[in-house]
Structure formats: structure tokens, C-alpha cells
Design a protein around this ligand. Sequence first.
Ligand code: BG6
Length: 308
Amino acid sequence: MTTDLDQLNAQFAIPDRITFKAGAGDLPLAEIITDDGTRATVSLHGAHVLTYQPAGQAPVLWLSEHSRFEAGQAIRGGIPVIWPWFGPHPTDPTLPAHGLARTRLWQVLNTTVLFEDTFQLRLGLTNDTQTQVLWPHPFALEVVVTVGQMLAVELIAHNRAEVAVTCGAALHSYFTLSDIADVAVTGLEETAYLDKVDGGRRKMQAGPITFSQETDRIYLDTIADCLIVDPGLHRQIRVAKSGSHSTVVWNPWVEKSRRMADFGDGEYRTMVCVETTNAADDVVTVPPGGTHQLTTLILAEPLPAGES
Ligand code: BG6
């Protein structure tokens, strides 16, 4: 196992298609370019998809211009991998928000050419003395990133403990928008949610989600696809999922983005998070030797005729 770029390229590069490079902050990343010119980058720091841009389209994923790129720090944007707890730790507020996976250096396990101009990168993370301090159970995680006409990210969590272990998780996707004021998220109509900007009150979604203030909601008991409908970019982004019965929708709006050092003051206008989660009561108990898989599929589509 190595993060030396020469060794990574010797072992895992696919000529002209998958290359390992030094990214911002010298963090190693994989650059994937398909035959039709679709491009993606995946940082080994956090197994974090940073960018995904189908040929001829605006970037699908949003990445802050103010993100930190440093060992031990979370990257702001792309698809952070959240595990083994979502949000604050359930019992110990001194532990880092959103778990340990997004701030660790992952190993490359393999690269593969799939069918029809589609490429796959598999990364792994196992427990060590540092993770032990944050999470006392042995584990093996894999993240499988598939890049082609659509982007798929799978988080596969193997429980190597001798006891059942309960985990939260998320594929915390940030999406690029034309303007948050003009965008709607559909798919969660008539769905109950916990409103984190109103003391966690349980409410019911009426109609599509639109944005005019800080929005931080855990939608409950939903396996629905979401569509991020963006007339300004003449597209809709479909977010489909499995292994998840909750979906988080987040935009920090003005005040919260000002409080975040790694988030530009006006950047909230061009992003929204629609996250495939195991959040709130949707945590997953994995038996000894068992596995849980969380998957998100992301597809940018032209708007149906008459909607652009
Ligand atoms: C969202 C949470 O998933 O992530 C928000 O619902 C949180 O409450 C946001 O602010 C960003 O979290 P972090 O730890 O990356 O700043």
C-alpha cells in the first residue's frame, strides 16, 4: 500500500484515462478522463470526489474556492464521505463532526475499465491506532467511484468487530447551481423532515423544496430519487440512492456561510447539498462480520422539453 505517486501510477494508472497526481495542498488525487471527455477527480484524502464534469456541461459538483486542502481537515465541496456518525457525535461533542472517514488518507485498492467508456476506482480504509481513539471498533471501508455517463459512489462498510455496531453515514454531495433562488428540489413532496434550523422540529414538506433562507433538513423514511431542477443551467440533476432511508438537504445561506472559514460569503448562491444519508433514526446496525452498502447515483439530464 502506498501514496507515492510514481508507485501509484506504475501500479494503477490506465494510460490516458486514470492518472495519479498531486492536487491542491499536495494531497494525492486520481484524475479520470473518459473517451468522450468527461472528467472527474478523486482525492485520496477522504476518498473524496472533488469534481465531476460530463463533456460539454457545467461542473456537476460544487467545490468551494475557500476549501482547505490539508491533512486532517475536511474538504468543502465535492462528495465528502461521512462515517461512522452523521453530524455531531451522538454522545461526545468533543469528537469531530461527521465522523473520521473524510479526514483520513485512503489507499488505492484497484482501478478498472468497465463497459462503455466507464472507469472505476476503488479506495480502502481500515482501522489503525488513530481511528481507534475516535471509534473503538475494527472496520474496513471501501469507496467505489464509477465515472461515465453518470457518477456512482458506493460506500461499503465491513464490520470487523465481534459485536454488532451501529453507524450513521452520508455521501454528502454538493451540487453546482446557476442561482439558489431559481432552483427547486423535487422528490421529497409529502415527506416528513426534521428541521435543524428550527430546533429539530418535525414538519411535513408541501410541494417542491425552494430556498430563501438557511435550510438544513433531514427528510425521513424516504428512498425517493431527488431532482435538482435548474433552469439557469438548462438541466436537472438526478440523485438516486440505495442503502439509505433518509435524505439531507442543506444550504447555509448568508449568516452561516459567513461563520465558516472555508466557505466564501457569496458562495451559498451557487450550491446545494442533497445528501444520501443514514441520519437521525436511519442509523444502521451491522452484525459482526456484516456489511452495509450506501450508494448514490448522480446523473445530469437536460430539462424536459418546455421546462428550460
Ligand atoms: C450538513 C449538516 O449535512 O453538513 C449541517 O446537516 C452541517 O448541519 C453541514 O452544517 C456541514 O457540516 P461540516 O461539518 O462539513 O461543516
